[in-house]
Ligand binder design. Structure first.
Ligand code: 13P
Length: 232
């Protein structure tokens, strides 16, 4: 048998699936992962335990929903397809049933700007999409709407979706969102926490954008960016 195409990406999908379970971000066969390829995506097969998954099990699917491979694609291929088609800023779609994100989602609650790190999802809050049955076009439509201008959203009575440019960023963002959800659930135990203002969140987003470039002066106008000592 010839080696399947996109071998490194297939293995990358398997690795991130195993990491999301071993890190406690997900459990069992819940969740699914896709990566953009030319004209379509590679996506996890439905209901296959991640520790049994082999590169040949990853399904190659075109945006017209035709697919190749020995397995059926994830039941959530619609939202993976629709997100990758519409969000050219993302190459990876990661869906998990992370416990704290889902705890909020079962209350149909998103994550407001109670903490500055909420900006890691690209905006002033992380929305929760209304409930729709798994695997439906309705769920995909709701998810796409909740993701507008964002790189993460919760799915009502269901879980979490994260978008990113690569596997490492997807894992990083998913962990950050799950930790925010955990903090928010804990904070709610002593009442709804106060929120940062929209202006402050805009400042945080600007600070994050600048810092990711690594060189730009600080937003206070003082260029105190750390520099290695041996560079003139
Ligand atoms: P699949 O195994 O079909 O990907 O479904 C898991 C899931 O989390 C559905 O939302």
């Amino acid at each position: 048998m010839p080696a399947p195409s996109h071998l490194a990406l297939r293995q990358g999908i398997i690795d991130i699936c195993r990491e999301m379970n071993s890190s406690g971000l997900n459990q069992g066969t819940s969740g699914n992962v896709s990566h953009r390829i030319d004209g379509g995506m590679l996506i996890t097969p439905t209901s296959l335990p991640y520790d049994q998954m082999q590169p040949e099990d990853i399904v190659e699917m075109s945006f017209d929903a035709s697919y190749e491979g020995r397995r059926m694609p994830s039941s959530e291929w619609r939202f993976h397809r629709d997100i990758l088609k519409n969000r050219t800023d993302a190459n990876v779609v990661l869906h998990t049933h992370s416990v704290f994100s889902t705890t909020l989602a079962v209350h149909e609650k998103g994550i407001p700007c109670f903490h500055y790190m909420v900006a890691v999802a690209g905006g002033i809050d992380i929305r929760c999409a209304p409930y729709a049955c798994f695997g439906t076009q309705e769920l995909s439509d709701y998810a796409l709407e909740a993701l507008e201008g964002r790189t993460a959203c919760l799915l009502g009575h269901h879980g979490l979706i994260v978008l990113a440019e690569n596997f490492a960023r997807a894992m990083w963002r998913a962990i950050e969102v799950e930790v925010l959800a955990k903090m928010y659930v804990h904070a709610l135990a002593i009442g709804e926490p106060p929120r940062l203002t929209e202006a402050e969140m805009t400042r945080v987003m600007e600070q994050m954008r600048r810092m990711s470039y690594g060189q730009a002066p600080d937003i206070d106008g003082v260029d105190d960016t750390p520099r290695p000592r041996n560079v003139a």
